[in-house]
Design a protein around this ligand. Structure first.
Ligand SMILES: Cc1cc2nc3c(=O)[nH]c(=O)nc-3n(C[C@H](O)[C@H](O)[C@H](O)COP(=O)(O)O)c2cc1C
Ligand code: SF4
Length: 490
């Protein structure tokens, strides 16, 4: 995991919890309109992938139990994990790319509705991603994956001062490069080839030479629109378009997107496909359905989007009619650490990854509410442009005092708690009942994120070894971890 050069270890903030009356009078527990729907409070559980779907992307009993557990805590809004919009295999991640997925998702909706007694609105985050392959063994890369071309031969001839390389056979070039030192390899391969060798092959939205990447602007609007239609048919209260982190739509928004086909370069061009996708979704689901977006307040990578880009996009999204703006930060491939051979690159291992899920090992700002200034700037611009689109702040928000201050100061309209809700899904109901001192406080050390990185079922270190002998509980790792937080005996 990436670390600051001289990290400072922060402690989780001391706090005074409100009594029930203070909670009832707080902004946090007031209802809020989100487009055509209304949340009962301004609390939000952002999308978190728990690695519980079947290999084919269907909802499992473990998924139902996972979301039931969150629903019992009654957040205002619960967002279901990033769910793939295509009908292509993607491992144990939920999918919504075909009508056969609807019935399982409908069960999920019913489960949440029952468990929250209708108090929690349920959205689903829908995502498209491009292909990412595992890092290959060097021998395999040079023997099979590298496409040997004239340029390689020319550079080889140059650096060895041996013109025979110009006509050398492919096998000879492959064998030489496999045995060559790093310096030679760096000279001969171009930046993308080096990336494939060192990190594993990964498609970029700028790969216009690949027909399926070139055609993304033509195909994605309909694919997202169909996914949103299924979400509505399954009974979700709304969809969240995933335009954040390391995935296709964030790739289009990124300042690194220099596509030359009218969908890259200027901000206007970069936001074009994201708006086309939204337009198609809106046309399909109608005006009486909540459609929002999650995007980045800052990409935190060299040459990437900064706050001024995010402000521009936020205003354009609001102008287009999106019903909420949920702001995240970082989480990119570009600065990720090199994976081990046989592993895929994980976009939360560089500085941008730190900013996405900040830990207590931080700089002097610390992890708590670290993204709030970005959110506040986006909200200000959106409001000044004449839109009231609610803006969701997430990132190291853990206490009622912190959440309420953000709302009171007008920095955000809704408060997202991801890891804190994972640590204690009952946060929302405990605080509302004036029993905040019973909250199991997240320690922001990212044990859960390490499980995500390893593609293992996500649990929290504060509860996954508690009462393992409880009858009837589901466990993993030969009974060493429980899959759900113990029930709160209110
Ligand atoms: C295990 C795990 C899985 C996550 N999965 C997603 C996801 O599917 N989509 C998404 O937009 N963010 C995802 N995130 C990021 C969170 O939604 C959130 O933005 C981040 O954890 C920072 O908020 P927090 O400090 O309240 O945890 C995930 C975070 C964790 C810890
Ligand atoms: S594992 Fe750690 S960081 Fe993750 S939710 Fe639990 S306490 Fe928080």
């Amino acid at each position: 995991m990436w670390k600051f050069p001289k990290p400072i270890r922060h402690t989780i903030p001391e706090t005074r919890w409100p009594n029930a009356e203070e909670a009832a009078n707080s902004l946090l527990y007031q209802p809020i309109s989100i487009g055509p729907t209304e949340a009962k409070s301004r609390t939000w559980v952002p999308a978190m992938v728990p690695w519980r779907a079947t290999e084919d992307g269907f909802v499992t009993q473990e998924n139902l139990d996972w979301y039931r557990r969150f629903a019992k805590g009654r957040p205002g809004v619960l967002v279901v994990e990033a769910t793939g919009v295509r009908d292509t295999p993607s491992g144990p991640l939920l999918r919504i790319g075909h009508d056969r997925f609807i019935s399982g998702l409908r069960k999920l909706v019913e489960t949440v509705r029952d468990a929250s007694e209708g108090q929690t609105k349920l959205f689903i985050q829908i995502i498209d991603f491009l292909s990412v392959k595992r890092r290959p063994e060097k021998e395999k890369y040079f023997a099979r994956f590298l496409l040997v071309n004239e340029q390689h031969r020319r550079v080889l001839a140059e650096i060895t001062e041996d013109s025979r390389w110009i006509d050398a056979g492919e096998t000879e070039v492959r064998n030489f490069l496999n045995g060559a030192n790093e310096e030679v390899v760096e000279h001969v391969l171009n930046a993308r080839e080096l990336e494939s060798l060192r990190f594993g092959y990964r498609e970029h939205v700028t790969d216009l030479h690949l027909p399926h990447v070139r055609e993304l602007p033509q195909v994605l609007p309909n694919i997202f629109a169909e996914a949103a239609r299924r979400a509505r048919e399954a009974g979700f209260d709304g969809v969240e378009l995933h335009y954040a982190h390391a995935y296709t739509m964030a790739g289009f928004l990124s300042a690194l997107n220099d596509r030359s086909d009218g969908y890259g370069g200027s901000r206007e061009n970069r936001v074009r496909l994201p708006l086309d996708v939204y337009g198609a979704v809106r046309k399909t689901v109608g005006d009486d359905y909540a459609v929002g977006v999650r995007f980045l307040g800052d990409e935190v990578i060299a040459g990437g989007n900064r706050l001024d880009d995010a402000v521009y996009f936020g205003v354009e999204f609001a102008r287009a009619g999106l019903d909420f703006l949920s702001i995240s930060k970082g989480g990119k491939f570009e600065d990720a650490q090199q994976p081990k051979v046989g592993h895929a690159v994980y976009p939360y291992t560089g500085q941008s990854g730190y900013e996405c899920m900040p830990t207590v090992l931080s700089d002097k700002t610390g992890p708590f509410g670290r993204s709030v200034p970005l959110v506040a700037a986006i909200k200000r611009a959106v409001n000044e442009a004449g839109f009231k689109t609610p803006v969701v702040a997430t990132g190291g928000i853990t206490t009622f005092e912190q959440a309420e201050a953000i709302l009171q100061q007008g920095q955000a309209d809704i408060i997202g708690l991801a890891r804190q809700a994972l640590a204690d899904p009952d946060w929302f109901v405990k605080v509302k009942l004036g029993r905040g001192d019973e909250v199991r406080r997240c320690t922001y050390t990212n044990y859960c994120e390490a499980l995500d990185q390893a593609h293992r079922p996500v649990t929290c270190k504060l509860w996954d070894r508690v009462d393992l002998d409880e009858t009837g509980i589901a466990t993993v790792d030969e009974g060493r971890r429980r899959l759900l937080a113990p029930d709160w005996k209110a």
